[in-house]
Design a protein around this ligand. Structure first.
Ligand code: 5GP
Ligand code: MN
Length: 315
């Protein structure tokens, strides 16, 4: 798929990623914005995102121009969905998707059914930013576009660490670092650096984690009281589940935080033996073989029981 050809006749383009945007989500939406505006400066391009996007990505071009209110409710010629595995993941941007003349979906989730008019979904790609790179004409990639793509790849690959990094992914990174931006600074300041309270809550989550299934699974939970005490938001809890997974002997790590009464956001990570996307899908979520998420109702223990039954079936 060639994104410029697919948007050739359009005068206006709306872009959105998934709710609770992560690095690949913010980066991919801003990459498409910068790319389209570079190739066609006359185009009207709007990036929609949920209120309070992570401020660590404020260095990306277009960060301050994002529409956080989903208004005015105008129809766009084309809607581009990025990094969202299903329409419900678009949140309030779904209205613009439904109303657009043409819809395009670029993603790398294996659970994505291809819900747009034109779909480019590559489950082997490490990130949506990797898929995007292949849809871009290289002459319209400038420093700002390259910086966005690099940031998305860094975040979805855990700094090139996860098995989703292929030779092709590394080749793309090699091309991108030829542009003018500070890659090591992006890695240090957006991936590794945490605020003091973020590190404190990470410490609490690790301290209170529980091993089960003979040490092959680990779970931890942060409730509302703890989040209020440390004054942190859900977006500040990114990375805790990965640290849990780094426990020797662990095949599956589960991290959850309380969204409301008897409602939890669950994140799962696997070392490869268990396909956690399959388990997330059973409960209405999705993701990748080794990284998936879902929102679930019940008590903390109900949810652990339900998930561990499914994990056991795969072990
Ligand atoms: P995380 O655990 O970091 O929130 O997400 C891990 C992966 O699962 C990401 O690729 C994310 O897009 C996907 N994911 C997380 N939560 C949900 C969810 O509630 N529904 C779906 N379909 N995918 C999710
Ligand atoms: Mn992604």
């Amino acid at each position: 798929m060639n994104l410029l050809k697919e948007t050739a006749g359009a005068k206006s383009v709306a872009i959105a990623g998934h709710i609770r945007p992560d690095g690949d989500c913010i980066s991919s939406t801003l990459a498409v914005r910068a790319y389209l505006l570079n190739a066609r400066p006359d185009l009207k391009v709007t990036v929609f995102t949920q209120d309070n996007p992570p401020t660590i990505f404020s260095y990306l071009e277009g960060y301050g121009d994002m529409n956080l209110t989903y208004s005015p409710k105008e129809k766009y010629d084309v809607f581009i969905s990025l990094d969202a595995s299903s329409p419900d993941r678009l949140g309030e941007a779904l209205w613009f998707f439904d109303e657009a003349d043409k819809t395009i979906c670029v993603d790398h989730h294996e659970t994505n059914p291809g819900f747009a008019d034109v779909n480019e979904i590559d489950p082997d790609a490490c990130s949506t930013c990797e898929v995007l790179y292949d849809t871009f004409d290289k002459e319209h990639i400038n420093d700002a576009v390259a910086e966005c793509l690099f940031s998305g790849i860094v975040h979805d690959s855990g700094v090139f660490q996860y098995s989703n990094m292929s030779k092709h992914s590394f080749n793309i990174v090699g091309e991108l670092i030829g542009y003018d931006f500070d890659g090591p600074k992006i890695i240090r300041e957006t991936f590794y650096e945490k605020s003091y309270v973020q590190n404190q809550i990470l410490g609490r989550a690790l301290l209170e984690s529980i091993l089960f299934m003979d040490g092959r699974c680990i779970v931890s939970m942060v409730d509302r009281k703890m989040m209020d005490f440390y004054n942190v938001l859900p977006k500040h809890l990114d990375g805790i589940v990965n640290q849990l997974k780094n426990t020797r002997g662990v095949e599956v790590a589960i991290f959850m935080y309380e969204m409301g009464t008897q409602r939890f956001k669950v994140s799962m990570r696997s070392n490869g033996l268990v396909n956690v996307a399959k388990i997330a899908m059973l409960f209405g979520g999705g993701g990748h073989d080794r990284a998936a998420g879902v929102e679930m109702n019940g008590t903390y223990y109900d949810i652990i029981n339900a998930l561990s039954r499914e994990i056991a079936k795969q072990m």
